[in-house]
Design a protein around this ligand. Structure first.
Ligand SMILES: [Fe+2]
Ligand SMILES: [Fe+2]
Length: 185
């Protein structure tokens, strides 16, 4: 049990580092007045593939699924639904960021406001979301899931991590984050 939850918590640490990089990139835009599309696209790739597809994917398909099944009667759908809503809101900011970058590239200079608004809203949302998962939802899972459900959670999580694409991209993204941090002013 601890293994699956610890793995998700470890992924949160990497996500938080990228939130910091994204904030710095926005600050650079404000200070220098130049949008580096390549940098933002690299970060967008991380947000879409690592954060959403892999991390939120594992939470939704495995942990939330099990919690809903096992604890539904006890906790209702409240805590899990709250997390799902936040995942969706995050997706809206990511697509807002993607669209505003395109608009800006087409010559709409004012779209810089939307680039920054979507980026910073996303970082605030995700920081709070991660805190709520680490402190509340994951602890609820540790406390309340049956031993059998914990075993299933660990088994399904390690299966998901063994898929080649998942293990390759964990390493790939970790290296990318280190490179981005190293290049920050
Ligand atoms: Fe989440
Ligand atoms: Fe999470």
């Amino acid at each position: 049990m601890t293994e699956a939850i610890d793995l998700l918590k470890e992924e949160h640490q990497l996500v938080k580092r990228v939130l910091q990089v994204l904030r710095k990139k926005c600050w650079q835009v404000v200070k220098e007045g130049v949008v580096n599309y390549r940098d933002f696209e690299d970060i967008l790739d991380f947000l879409k593939n690592y954060v959403d597809r892999q991390h939120h994917g594992k939470e939704e398909d495995i942990l939330f699924d099990l919690m809903g099944r096992e604890l539904g009667d006890e906790i209702g759908s409240g805590p899990v639904t709250g997390m799902l809503i936040e995942h969706d809101l995050g997706r809206q900011y990511v697509s807002g960021l993607e669209n505003s970058l395109k608009q800006h590239e087409k010559g709409d200079e004012e779209a810089v406001l939307d680039i920054i608004a979507n980026s910073i809203s996303y970082t605030h949302l995700l920081h709070n979301h991660i805190e709520r998962e680490d402190m509340i939802l994951f602890e609820l899972a540790r406390r309340s899931l049956s031993d059998q459900a914990k075993e299933e959670l660990n088994r399904r999580m390690s299966q998901a991590m063994k898929e080649k694409t998942a293990s390759d991209s964990q390493e790939k993204y970790r290296q990318k984050v280190e490179k981005w941090e190293g290049a920050l002013p």
